[in-house]
Design a protein around this ligand. Structure first.
Ligand SMILES: [Zn+2]
Length: 413
């Protein structure tokens, strides 16, 4: 069989297109496939109405295709413009690439597959293309998949702020508490972000009134944003956000003790932070030693552990009783940061106990954070924040941007 016919079959090309020449050119070598209309093709269907129309003129276009062995492959074709009596002159669409792309569909599918496994910059290097071109490709497919998200059954939303990169400005993310998928990401950390989300709801077959519950931290900006823009939503202050505040309070106590004592031993900050289960043996020992030595630290940590127990109860009543005891510590603990946090808890009492209505857990928020962490790694070296958002939507949004693309592989290996 003629190798050009084999190439045409493998691509695959549809009539009236075929491969008319194939050759290795240049140094480093590149396989160039010239794709052309079958001889004698005078008329093509108009891309607008489908009517058979005269070919007006032809313009050369090039597409990067999957490698042939270790060689880059390029498709070259003179793409015709049809002159339709009804619609006028239009460039015909080709079956192997989307309009405006310099890549074939198979190449694009391959690029998406690579980015699923590695950082965008590494994928661009592997593919031998500029990362800006790869970002544009990703943005096209992810934006399309995101625009197709159906939020008509969305009821419960989690709201959180995160940084794009260390030391950078904040972005606010909205997550579906039932599926765990990231819905929306926008710059800023104020009430305007909630207004932007409310507008986005309408673009996804939902309405602001459909949202019945929002899990969030206790920042006044978010609270007023939710009150204004999601009028039917109950505000739930979930464990994740409450315990984050408790962690900050303990940290303040530690700093106070360090000031009084002229410094604490090395590693004190880390051994006092977080869950006991996540600490190494040496850190646990250090924590116990510090708590014995400095009673303020001991009291602050006991209080934090006692607070954490509030989410273990089976009923709202029992949990409320427990929270009352947590609150009563303020009178005898003699720790300013704890007293202040107790007052904050009292102001958000109902919202904290609303956990027991639907069991709004923190697992979703914690899961989101680890997926955003992965998105940061994949997007390393991105040039603007929208690139980060593209990767975040893909990784944390549960999207499949390759939907509709031909698969470059028979199955996932
Ligand atoms: Zn037409």
């Amino acid at each position: 069989m003629d190798p050009n016919q084999l190439f045409a079959q493998a691509l695959p090309l549809e009539s009236p297109w075929t491969v008319t020449s194939s050759a290795f050119e240049g140094n480093p070598k590149k396989l160039r496939l010239t794709v052309d209309l079958l001889a004698g093709t005078k008329r093509l269907s108009c891309p607008c109405c489908g009517e058979q129309s005269r070919i007006h003129e032809r313009r050369e276009r090039r597409w990067r295709h999957l490698n042939f062995w270790q060689y880059e492959t390029e498709l070259v074709a003179e793409v015709p413009r049809t002159d339709c009596t009804k619609c006028g002159v239009h460039q015909v669409e080709v079956s192997w690439a989307r309009p405006g792309s310099g890549f074939t569909l198979l190449f694009e599918a391959w690029a998406l597959l690579l980015v699923r496994e590695m950082a965008v910059s590494e994928a661009a290097e592997t593919l031998g293309i500029q990362d800006t071109r790869l970002w544009r490709l990703l943005d096209h497919y992810v934006a399309k998949a995101h625009a197709g998200m159906d939020w008509s059954r969305l009821k419960r939303v989690g709201l959180d702020e995160t940084s794009r990169r260390k030391g950078h400005r904040y972005v606010t993310c909205f997550v579906d508490l039932d599926s765990g998928n990231l819905l929306y990401l926008t710059e800023g950390q104020d009430a305007a972000t909630v207004a932007a989300f409310a507008a986005e709801l309408v673009a996804h077959q939902s309405t602001p009134e459909a949202i019945t519950e929002v899990a969030m931290d206790m920042s006044p900006a978010f609270r007023s944003g939710v009150e204004q823009h999601l009028p039917e939503a109950r505000k739930v202050f979930d464990r994740y956000h409450v315990m984050a505040l408790a962690g900050k309070a303990v940290d303040e106590v530690r700093k106070e003790v360090a000031r009084e004592e002229g410094g604490l031993e090395k590693g004190a900050m880390w051994s006092l932070r977080g869950n006991k289960k996540r600490l190494k043996v040496e850190q646990l020992e250090q924590r116990e030693r510090l708590c014995k030595q400095y009673s303020k630290l001991g009291r602050a940590l006991s209080w934090r552990e006692f607070l954490a127990d509030a989410w273990r109860y089976a009923t709202r009543e029992a949990a409320e009783e427990h929270l009352e005891s947590v609150y009563s510590w303020r009178r005898r603990c003699r720790l300013e940061p704890v007293k202040k946090l107790c007052a904050t808890l009292k102001r958000h009492w109902e919202g904290i106990l609303d956990y027991y209505r639907n069991g709004t857990t923190s697992a979703v928020m914690e899961g989101l954070n680890s997926r955003l962490q992965l998105a940061r790694k994949r997007a390393r070296g991105y040039r603007n924040w929208k690139n980060f958002r593209t990767i975040a939507y893909w990784i944390a949004g549960g999207l499949n941007p390759a939907t509709g693309l031909p698969s470059p592989l028979p199955r996932r290996f």
